[in-house]
Design a protein around this ligand. Sequence first.
Ligand SMILES: [Zn+2]
Length: 288
Amino acid sequence: MSRKFALIAAAFAFLALPSWTAFGQQPPAREITRVSGDVYRFRNLFHFSVFMVTPAGIIVGDPINPEAAQWLKEELAKRFSRPVKYLIYSHDHDDHISGGQVFADTALVVAHENAKAAILGEKRPTATPQIVFSDRLNIELGGKEVQLIHLGKNHSDNMIVLLFPAERVLFAVDFIAIETLPYQDFPDAYVEDWIESLKRVEALDFDTLVLGHGMSTGRKDHVALFRRYLEELRDQVLRYAREKKSLEEIKALVKMEKYSSWGQYKEFLPLNIEGMFRHVQLHRRANP
Ligand SMILES: [Zn+2]
């Protein structure tokens, strides 16, 4: 990268971050920032959601929790003075979708069909989805559109992404990270399907990647980087498992140093190896 281009890139990276980052201040607990056009990002501590403003009302993604949802509801009323018409859950995990009842007075609640089953089964503290779908659902409101797409199993069996085609923004939660290792030991995850679902994300048409975690937004090529991490980890762990190495031996043998600059590298790599070892042992049949 030329020096001039690097400076321009740095300036744009700076512009994409909230103003408090420039002054080394602590971030506020909650904030709203515009991503592109009518699509905004909503942060509550380390969790993020999105919403889109249309002339006929607002479409909101994950409510995060009751206090965050109440704060967002009041901010939306103040800033835009129009109701929330749809509330869309990314997946069933309670740290992203608690508090949906806050919006139930005006919004229809939408989720994947497997999310509804898990929300009811696990008694999640949130509003029950009223509209469910299996593969894809397009929601149109006030001349704007959001496409809800299930790309297969990954971090859960009911994950969907929200694609805002006019803004070329994709919102994805918990199954993609920007230069950060996946969470712990892959709880509730389907590793092979996960890799396939990332390839399907790479085939979608968008520019800006907005995640459920992580301060900065990303680009489409961050998805392939993350997929290659999973594939390389899987390939190494599988090879050593086939050589009859123990988990402790595999932890010492796996080489992922090229990812050492990624977030949570030291904390999560041993757990990632444990989770991947459990996964490969479950899905292979060794010779007797
Ligand atoms: Zn989750």
